[in-house]
Design a protein around this ligand. Structure first.
Ligand code: DAH
Length: 391
């Protein structure tokens, strides 16, 4: 799906044509190319290099620093911190090195941004585990921007931020405890992350849920009870022995975790919509200051959303992620949600879907005329790019 040359009306960064991340110089045509193996739109290129997690007065930077403090306070062996690793990685780093199966959905063009058939925008910070093991790192935290094609709502944005944590144990550490290495690592992991959750949230109720990740065994999710519901806050587990073996750590065991910074920050700072993290409006940015975790965000405007529906006959190639990419390419951050509200297949086997688009600015009121114009452009874009038949 090629979406080059779309007009992003809300972007203030579209003039940038080259940037540098972690010492790597990146030009726009290194990332966005008119080629069927490339599905990176301009709107995504404009986010590269912004590195919100590096801003000490931004909720994501404040949260990152609070997690750093926890590890600094509790471990005598310092965790080495990486927060400037380049988000452009090979499919080997992003998938193969962490044992993601060949047929896993995350490898599809529908889910991941491909620069070419061998190169992607990392979809998780786990992409750096193997190289850091090879470099001899045994205690590390990797923070970075990650990229995923997805649907649109208040908690999903195609760029977000993760932190990965890894700890390697040597044989003598668990042998003297009398329990096997895997159990030893799992116990230590749970203790570490329960402590982290208390450091961030105070005395919250928590629970562990067994789950599956390709790179860990056993694998767990930590949930905390927050505002009357269980909220998944991170994934973790004991690193697959195969990953350690391939990267020079055959006789060790390790644990690893990955957490989504926006997810946690939305809860800690009461931020109602994930688009706000990208806002440069002073009424947002001025509410946060360095070192102050959990200051509650006060909404400065609450404009009503405006809903527009569109129905079309879909083809086999249609996907919701592609639809969302087209909508976001035209309406930028003015689009708050894209939701399937009707779906039926007629006697001839043709499927019709109706999507409701919610438009709302975080910063100002939108005029009817502006929204109508946007909706017309969206209809045109959807029709020409997605090969659907509008009804
Ligand atoms: N990479 C996972 C994700 O993006 C998160 C994760 C889960 C990271 C378990 C880990 C881990 O290191 O052990 O969903």
């Amino acid at each position: 799906m090629l979406l080059k040359k779309q007009l992003n009306q809300t972007s203030r960064h579209s003039i940038v044509s080259a940037l540098e991340i972690g010492g790597v110089k990146i030009a726009k045509d290194d990332v966005v190319r008119d080629d069927p193996t490339n599905n990176v739109p301009d709107t995504i290129f404009t986010k590269l290099g912004l590195q919100l997690h590096m801003r000490d007065q931004h909720p994501l930077g404040i949260l990152k620093n609070a997690i750093y403090d926890y590890f600094d306070m509790n471990y005598s062996t310092k965790f080495v911190k990486f927060d400037d690793l380049c988000p452009i990685v090979s499919i080997k780093q992003n998938f193969d090195d962490v044992l993601v199966p060949a047929d896993h959905v995350s490898r599809s063009y529908n889910d991941t941004y491909y620069i070419d058939a061998q190169t992607v925008l990392r979809c998780h910070t786990s992409a750096h585990q193997a190289e850091l093991f090879r470099k001899g790192q045994t205690h590390f935290l990797v923070t970075g921007d990650v990229y995923r094609r997805d649907s649109i709502d208040s908690t999903h944005y195609p760029v977000f931020h993760q932190m990965e944590g890894v700890r390697v144990f040597s044989t003598d550490e668990w042998e003297k405890s009398g329990i096997d290495g895997t159990s030893y690592a799992a116990i230590d992991l749970k203790k570490c992350l329960e402590g982290l959750a208390r450091h961030l949230f105070g005395a919250v109720e928590m629970r562990w849920v067994d789950t599956y990740f390709p790179f860990t065994n056993p694998s767990f999710e930590l949930e905390i009870y927050f505002k009357e519901q269980w909220l998944e806050v991170l994934g973790c587990g004991v690193t697959e022995q195969e990953i350690l073996k391939r990267n020079g750590r055959e006789n060790n065991v390790a644990w690893a975790f990955g957490l989504g910074l926006e997810r946690l920050a939305m809860v800690l700072f009461d931020i109602p919509d994930i688009r706000l993290f990208w806002s440069t409006d002073e009424r947002f940015t001025s509410q946060f200051s360095e070192g102050k975790l959990g200051v509650k965000f006060k909404p400065f405007s609450k404009f009503p959303p405006c809903y527009k529906d569109m129905s079309f006959w879909i083809s086999d190639a249609f996907t919701e992620n592609n639809l969302c990419e087209v909508v976001r390419g035209i309406a930028g951050d003015l689009v708050e949600e894209v939701k399937l509200i009707d779906n039926f297949t007629n006697k001839k086997g043709m499927t019709s879907q109706c999507y409701r688009i919610a438009y709302r600015s975080m910063e100002r009121s939108l005029t009817d005329e502006e929204i109508n114009q946007l909706q017309w452009k969206v209809r045109e874009g959807v029709e020409s790019k997605l090969k659907v038949v509008l009804r």
